[in-house]
Design a protein around this ligand. Structure first.
Ligand code: SF4
Length: 343
């Protein structure tokens, strides 16, 4: 992203300081502004009381702040909240707030729409509109913080979009989230999920970040994966697994494999055994997700008892397994569903 097109909230501390000094401000102003943007989550320059009125006015005129407008919010019985936000250009994205025993987690979108075409996903039905800037990703976290008044401890990039298609902006987003002068999140509390873009997984491995990488696997064989995820044709399963091994070698971070259970498609006893064999020696865990029903996709979730049986079989084969907490179906649980309904 070129600096001249950048929102101030997308800039690193150093870039912000350079810009302000170039415009005749003292270097310490960068610290004040950065803190308002990333620690206080200010939604306007007027809130920045230790900056002069003249500077606030000039910044507001030249660098409008990226803020999101809440168009809809749904709350489930377990207090999970799904937000539909309007971006400055009128596009919309979804974000999710979840409260756990270990803290507060926010799931953000990285793109408007998605072009990956996964069969079980509502976000991809209308294709990709555009990628999100770092500021637009950060603002999802900050807008939820402003609304809930709770400090976010974990961030998951698993909403609408394929994060590794927007790698440069996602890396900048992570750098800003983990900046100790801002939210100061631990990299270990950030998870990025990919449908399996092999070159970008390898590029990410080179950065040796301590983040968590989740792979949307969803099938134990190439044939089955191709049926659910068109990306499998571009990056076959053996290539993907080799990239995962390389990623682990480079980072020593345990990988997570996301597996959405679709009734009659990928949830048999044989599927569980094939999955266990595929993951074999890799240091990883499997996150089972009872797929959320999406009208347009015609896929049904696996029954609860079959989910538990699938889990038991994997565990018997020494695979760590968790079952993802189901987000209330009463709040358009599937990613992209609320946005489609409101559209
Ligand atoms: S699951 Fe993720 S990568 Fe696949 S279509 Fe949906 S948003 Fe895109």
């Amino acid at each position: 992203m070129e600096e001249r097109h950048m929102d101030l909230r997308s800039m690193s501390y150093e870039e912000l300081q350079e810009k302000l000094v170039r415009e005749g401000e003292k270097p310490y102003r960068a610290g004040q502004l950065f803190s308002w943007l990333h620690k206080e989550h200010a939604a306007s320059y007027e809130e920045m009381t230790n900056l002069s009125a003249a500077l606030c006015e000039r910044l507001a005129k030249n660098y409008p702040l990226c803020t999101l407008k809440t168009l809809a919010m749904q709350e489930a019985k377990d207090k999970t909240r799904k937000y539909l936000f309007r971006l400055p250009d009128g596009e919309t994205v979804e974000s999710v707030y979840m409260r756990y025993r270990f803290g507060v987690s926010v799931c953000v979108s990285s793109e408007v729409g998605c072009r990956m075409g996964c069969k079980f996903c509502a976000s991809t039905i209308d294709g990709l509109t555009r990628k999100l800037s770092p500021a637009e990703m950060l603002e999802q976290v900050y807008a939820i913080t402003r609304d809930t008044k709770e400090k976010v401890s974990h961030v998951v990039v698993m909403g609408m979009g394929e994060p590794l298609e927007n790698l440069e902006n996602v890396l900048r987003f992570i750098a800003l989230l983990t900046d100790e002068r801002g939210l100061n999140l631990s990299a270990r509390n950030i998870t990025v999920s990919t449908c399996g873009l092999v070159p970008e997984i390898l590029a990410l491995a080179e950065k040796k970040l301590q983040i968590n990488l989740a792979i949307s696997l969803h099938a134990p064989t190439q044939e089955q994966r191709e049926q659910l995820m068109p990306v499998a044709k571009r990056y076959p399963l053996d290539m993907l697994m080799a990239a995962c091994r390389d990623y682990y070698e480079a980072t020593h971070r345990q990988l997570t494999f996301e597996y959405a259970l679709v009734k009659g498609d990928n949830d048999s006893k044989e599927d569980a055994l094939r999955l266990a064999a595929l993951l074999g020696e890799l240091n990883c865990m499997v996150n089972l997700i009872p797929v959320n029903p999406v009208k347009e996709c015609g896929l049904s979730p696996t029954d609860k008892t079959d989910v538990l049986n699938f889990k038991k079989l994997l565990e018997k084969n020494r695979i760590h397994v968790t079952i993802r907490r189901e987000m209330g179906r009463e709040i358009d649980g599937a990613c992209g569903q609320l946005r489609r309904r409101k559209a």
